[in-house]
Design a protein around this ligand. Structure first.
Ligand code: MF3
Ligand code: CO
Length: 280
């Protein structure tokens, strides 16, 4: 069956502008991850991202999006996504997911988005939390590797799910939240589920850009939204991890726009062809 909604296909020149946005996101996430330690506030991470945006003359994707009040999302422990940074002080062993999006504007005044997330730890991670984050990150890279022209959208969710389900612990995969198309807006069709059968859904084609973002819990996949109307927490109080990258599908393979090296090292280790080396 053919997808009802038209997907936004980017030219190579437009992807180069998205790459600039992706590198701003990568820079900010690296600086925020390095700053995560017991005693800092989650608002401190927001200040770091804001200063990186100023340095690159880029704009925030999240601030003001449906009224969202901050530049980044910081989600701690049982918070999965969309945590609002503030006066909360990080404690030893906290598992901290940081999500950030940036907009770079081209010469015609059109803005292009990059969106990525990572999981970090304040101090030492428990073995169980470290494994949760590793599995979620590995699942993300399996999904990125499945972003192949000529494949199907469902190949991505199937690849993510396979990694999570093959771990010994019975993790939960969120079903209420998904990845998404991305480009002139942060959220474009299609939705990118983190589960489901391969070979289904729209065909993937060169010039399509996707934000792939597995959200994995230690327990139930069910969630609730706190009274701040944003923070998504696990219904059972279990801890969660979130990893995300923006990837462009090209005829030479996936190009991870929000990875500093475009995904070159990770894909080489996985034996996956990628144009990352030639773009850099
Ligand atoms: N990476 C998140 C997403 O793709 C960011 C959205 S946070 C919001 O949904 F505040 F902007 F909504
Ligand atoms: Co996203």
């Amino acid at each position: 069956m053919r997808s009802a909604r038209k997907l936004e296909i980017k030219t190579p020149e437009q992807l180069l502008v998205m790459r600039r946005a992706g590198l701003v996101v990568a820079d900010a996430l690296a600086k925020m991850a390095a700053a995560v330690e017991p005693g800092i506030t989650t608002a401190h991470l927001d200040e770091i991202a804001a200063s990186v945006l100023r340095a690159h003359d880029a704009q925030p994707s999240f601030l003001g999006y449906h009224g969202y009040p901050a530049v980044v999302c910081v989600s701690v422990n049982d918070e999965v996504v969309h945590g609002i940074p503030g006066s909360r002080i990080l404690q030893e062993g906290d598992i901290v997911s940081i999500d950030f999006g940036a907009i770079v504007t081209d010469s015609r005044g059109q803005g292009w988005h990059g969106d990525a997330a990572l999981t970090a730890f304040a101090g030492d991670a428990s073995a169980a939390d470290a494994e949760l984050s590793n599995v979620t990150r590995t699942a993300l890279w399996a999904g990125l590797a499945a972003a192949q022209a000529g494949g199907h959208l469902g190949d991505i969710g199937a690849a993510v799910e396979r990694v999570v389900r093959s771990a010994p612990h019975p993790y939960g995969i969120l079903e209420d939240y998904t990845g998404h198309g991305i480009g002139t807006q942060m959220h474009l069709p299609p939705s990118v589920e983190n589960f489901g059968p391969a070979g289904k859904g729209p065909r993937l084609q060169a010039g399509l850009a996707l934000a792939i973002e597995p959200m994995v819990t230690m327990g139930s996949p069910d969630t609730e939204v706190l009274d701040d109307d944003w923070t998504v927490v696990t219904a059972d109080g279990s801890r969660a991890s979130h990893w995300e990258h923006t990837v462009a599908i090209t005829d030479d393979g996936p190009w991870v726009l929000t990875a500093p090296d475009g995904g070159a090292a990770q894909f080489a280790a996985m034996g996956v062809a990628s144009p990352a080396g030639q773009h850099r």
